[in-house]
Design a protein around this ligand. Structure first.
Ligand code: UDP
Length: 339
């Protein structure tokens, strides 16, 4: 194995991680997955291997475990870079369990940085989020948009981790890209990998697909009295395959840079309301979804969508897939899960 093509992917069995591993292989990189499977399933590896026709090394490691991480870097490196996904990711859950979020998200990033520094690994791609912006004063948000206070513990952990990486970059050899995801949805078009929420889904799309499939009696719209055209929250939904490709573009770009810390928004540039997403899902899949109006969810911002011009300009990356593509692929994946 050409060691300088080895890329450590933390949280590589998760939703975005698994799709990124597929795109890394397609681009000639050699991913190594670590995941503690707390919010993912080992079966995702079968899907990855079926798509890539490669055996991908996997280690069940918790990223907050410094000794285990040091051991991994020692015995399985050297790595060209690290793509750090491993984190808790649900806004609503973070309001209910803030300490779990502070512990997991912040410590895992600190441990990754410590291991990278110790073993001289230069390139880091970090999984950040548009939640760092809080509720912005204006949309679309660009990377220069000022951060408002984070509206959830989850968003705050992403602010802290970004700051921690930027601070570490100063005066060191670290080169990092902070990728601020908007709302990743959909699944691989093969139907072999996708989102695998354990228990009751927190996010909109798996809740829609499970309701359409009859696994949930109804979908609750969290708030219909927002100051938006139809009263429901607006987000920027991005197909997970487009998002995965952005990680490859970011890593390839980082390889050619001197030490740097750069941030990119990854979104489609379109804002869609919760109602629009539900309507599009019903239309493209010809499946009804039983919907009820409910109260606002604590921690939600009213509306946010991206300007992704910087990623286009510097990484030469942009979305190729639509909301309708993503909702079709999400439904195909749901059907596959029930086979
Ligand atoms: N949402 C909803 N019902 C649900 C789940 C989510 O109305 O069962 C709304 C949520 O309030 C937000 C949007 O869907 O406005 C996207 O939520 P999600 O949790 O998918 O992503 P977030 O933007 O919170 O990261």
């Amino acid at each position: 194995m050409n060691s300088m093509k080895k890329v450590l992917v933390t949280g590589g069995a998760g939703f975005i991680g698994s799709h990124t591993v597929v795109e890394l292989v397609a681009a000639g990189f050699e991913p190594i997955i670590i995941d503690n499977l707390c919010n993912s399933d080992i079966s995702m590896l079968d899907g990855i291997e079926a798509i890539t026709e490669k055996n991908i090394p996997f280690f069940n490691i918790d990223c907050t475990d410094l000794d285990a991480m040091m051991d991994l870097f020692q015995h399985h490196g050297p790595f060209l870079g690290v793509i750090h996904f491993a984190a808790f990711k649900a806004v609503g859950e973070s309001v209910a369990k803030p300490l779990a979020y502070y512990h997991n998200n912040i410590n895992s990033t600190r441990v990754v940085l410590e291991c990278m520094a110790h073993f001289g690994v230069k390139n880091l791609v970090f999984s950040s989020s548009c939640t760092v912006y809080g509720q912005p004063k204006e949309n679309p948000v660009s990377e220069k948009t000022a951060w408002m206070s984070a509206s959830s513990p989850y968003g705050y952990t992403k602010q802290v981790c970004e700051r921690m990486i930027a601070d570490t970059s100063l005066g060191s050899n670290l080169s990092s890209v902070l990728l601020r995801y908007f709302n990743p949805i959909g699944a691989h078009p093969s139907g072999l990998i996708g989102e695998l929420p354990l228990g009751v889904p927190e996010n909109l799309i798996p809740y829609i697909t499970q309701t359409a499939a009859g696994l949930r009696s109804h979908l609750t719209i969290f708030g219909s009295d927002y100051n938006t055209p139809d009263g429901t929250c607006i987000r920027d939904y991005i197909h997970v395959v487009d998002l995965a490709k952005a990680h490859v573009a970011a890593l390839s770009w980082l390889e050619k840079q001197s030490p740097i810390c750069e941030v990119f928004n990854l979104g489609s540039g379109n804002g869609n309301s919760v109602k629009e997403v539900i309507d599009t899902f019903q239309e493209v899949n010809n499946m009804p979804v039983n919907v009820v109006a409910g109260a606002r969810r604590p921690g939600d911002v009213e509306q946010i969508f991206a300007s992704a011009d910087k990623a286009k300009e510097i990484l030469n990356w942009g979305c190729e897939l639509t909301l309708a593509d993503a909702l079709k692929d999400a439904w195909t994946w749901q059907l596959k899960l029930q086979e």
